[in-house]
Design a protein around this ligand. Structure first.
Ligand code: NCD
Length: 311
């Protein structure tokens, strides 16, 4: 079940079948057990992970780092492009080739679409995409699904709402493609047309799951089992004046959620800015900090899988 991952790249969630996603869940369950038992293991002792982060990150970078260290491996690389020779004009390909020579696995985040794919073409070692451009964030989608699976027991049969910046949030893009492997009802809540998902994405998932588009959360809230919220992706707007027009167009607090099911699971990839009130944090279904913790577990699983440490 795990062989298919050995030595492979994780570039797009499109490369994952339902069976693959379930194998990641299995591996993550093993890692969770390991983590709860001893927090530190030697599974990846002697292995080196290289971080190539060309964009800001808190959770993704640090959770990859923690994941590698909890498994006994070491971490090198850079968290800001200005700390590397990219600042001097070195190309992405040269940077990748050099770090590929130093490490056993590469984790890359980059503002450009296709950057992780390009890195994977040039690297001999596995490349894991930690977010590229506006469309791909496969490890986030896997940890989002794993959180749903752990919190709800299963994914099939759920009614999942996804709200916020559906156009530029790569977490949403990858999550929707991942969800399309399951029997779910998807309700997209796009507060203003400018935040609507790209038509090509809608078409792609519509062939696989039932999808409805709403303007207001209240139209669908009472039916939802899961609500996934994202911030407006300010830095990804091609035109800053468009950002000014859409900022603040949606906001969720306890009051907004009055009509929700008691066990509504509330997820957010974080960081939150002004779209999700802290008064939601104390609801039992507010799982975004647990979700961030599962990020470590799922990334432990992915590293162990691609490095061939799981039988
Ligand atoms: C996301 C990202 O970088 O796309 N962050 C993350 O990995 N949790 C989401 C975001 O920045 O809004």
């Amino acid at each position: 079940m795990f062989e298919r991952f050995v030595g492979s790249d994780i570039v797009s969630i499109r490369d994952f079948t339902r069976e693959d996603i379930e194998a990641v869940f299995k591996a993550s369950d093993l890692m969770l057990e390991l983590y709860d038992r001893e927090k530190y293991s030697r599974l990846l002792e002697g292995k080196i992970l290289a971080l190539l982060f060309f964009e800001p990150s808190t959770r993704t970078r640090i959770s990859f780092e923690v994941a590698m260290k909890r498994l006994g491996g070491a971490v090198i690389g850079f968290a800001e492009p200005y700390m590397s020779s990219v600042q001097k004009g070195e190309t992405l390909i040269d940077t990748v080739r050099v770090l590929d020579g130093y490490a056993d696995v590469l984790v890359i985040r980059h503002p450009n679409e296709g950057a992780a794919r390009l890195a994977a073409e040039y690297a001999q070692h596995p490349v894991i995409n930690a977010g590229s451009g506006r469309q791909e964030h496969p490890t986030q989608a896997l940890l989002d699904l794993y959180t749903i699976y752990k919190e709800k027991g299963a994914i099939d049969g759920l009614c999942v709402g996804v709200m916020g910046d559906l156009r530029y949030a790569r977490t949403v893009n990858s999550l929707l493609l991942a969800l399309a492997n399951f029997k779910v009802d998807v309700h997209l809540v796009s507060p203003v047309p400018f935040l609507d998902p790209r038509p090509a994405l809608l078409e792609e998932i519509r062939n696989k799951v039932a999808v409805q588009l709403h303007r207001r959360l209240q139209e669908v809230l009472p039916q939802l089992d899961v609500l996934y919220i994202t911030r407006v992706q300010k830095e990804r707007f091609p035109d800053p004046s468009e950002y000014e027009r859409v900022r603040g167009t949606y906001f969720v607090n306890r009051d907004t959620l009055k009509e929700a099911k008691d066990d509504l699971l509330i997820l957010h990839p974080l960081p939150r800015v002004d779209e999700l009130s802290i008064d939601v944090d104390t609801l039992p279904g507010a799982a975004y900090f647990r979700q961030a913790h599962y990020g470590v577990i799922v990334r432990m699983a992915l590293l162990a899988l691609v490095l061939g440490a799981l039988q």
